[in-house]
Design a protein around this ligand. Structure first.
Ligand SMILES: Nc1ncnc2c1ncn2[C@@H]1O[C@H](COP(=O)(O)OP(=O)(O)O)[C@@H](O)[C@H]1O
Ligand SMILES: [Mg+2]
Length: 259
């Protein structure tokens, strides 16, 4: 369970010779249950990455309190078993697919043999058994992201943070990875915090969609997604898409994401 209470974060920026302060996150309050799939949705610059980094302990915060599994943190978290997946895959070019996954385990202290054994299981989980000896340069974007996902998951994190992991992929690959991720999250029951600016992706993946606005970064809505997701063109799905788009419009988001 993650509990964020009255969390604030400012960045110091230099405008000409004067120090300026930018309020990136203002009074963030959010509770995430174990195993929940939570989406942070909002336009560019509303603080999604900053919030994700604060939860993962990659970035400090100025005030407020964050507790993760009843451990309380001020200024900076240090969660155990928390992994972040990046948009640009961050694979090691000199390691093949299997050894890229094994890398995650080796860095946790497993031997190469043990790591490869477990890595094979996760290669299977993302349906890439046949490409175990391929190097990143010979893999497509979707395949690379599957490897990155497997590498993150193989250490069995309690919390997986995903920062727009599919946004560099074409639409077909993206939909197939969304399906995979949903299946995997149900199978492994990992807590997922997923950043996106895509409304359809948010509804399809999330148990909950947290809508944020910029200047300063704030949460403006917290929507539980209870609809049947099997048909992205169902009236329910499209209705929810419209409702969320309306929120974004109300808070004057960049309109490029609005249907
Ligand atoms: N290291 C930093 N230094 C100064 N400003 C930053 C830094 N990181 C983020 N910001 C600012 O904070 C705001 C939120 O950024 P970010 O969390 O990256 O937003 P998002 O992920 O929603 O696009 C933006 O206005 C951004 O310019
Ligand atoms: Mg971002």
């Amino acid at each position: 369970m993650i509990k964020i209470k009255h969390c604030n974060k400012s960045f110091h920026t230099k405008k000409s010779q004067h120090e300026a302060k930018y309020h990136a996150l203002k009074n963030i309050n959010l509770e995430i249950k174990r195993g929940e799939f939570v989406i942070l949705l909002g336009s560019s610059g509303c603080g999604k990455t900053t919030l994700l980094n604060i939860i993962g302990g990659f970035e400090g915060f100025d005030s407020g309190e964050i507790s993760i599994d009843s451990e309380v943190f001020h200024k900076q978290t240090n969660p155990k078993d928390c992994i972040k997946i990046f948009q640009d895959f961050a694979l090691l070019p000199w390691r093949n697919a299997l050894d890229n996954i094994a890398f995650g385990l080796q860095s946790k202290g497993f031997s190469l043999k043990e790591s490869r054994g477990k890595a094979r299981e996760y290669l299977k989980l993302v349906h890439l058994e046949s490409l175990s000896h391929s190097f990143p340069i010979n893999l497509s974007g979707g395949q690379k992201q599957r490897i990155a996902l497997a590498r993150g998951l193989c250490v069995k994190p309690k919390i997986l943070l995903l920062d727009e992991p599919f946004s560099a992929l074409d639409n077909f690959t993206r939909i197939s990875l969304q399906n995979e991720l949903l299946r995997i999250s149900k199978e492994l029951k990992t807590t997922m915090i997923f950043v996106t600016h895509d409304i359809e992706e948010a509804i399809f993946l999330g148990d909950r969609v947290i809508i944020m606005k910029p200047n300063p970064g704030q949460i403006v809505a917290d929507i539980e997604i209870k609809i049947d997701k099997s048909d992205r063109n169902s009236l329910e799905f499209l209705g929810l898409k419209r409702k969320i788009a309306q929120y974004l419009e109300d808070y004057r988001f960049d309109l490029e994401y609005v249907i």
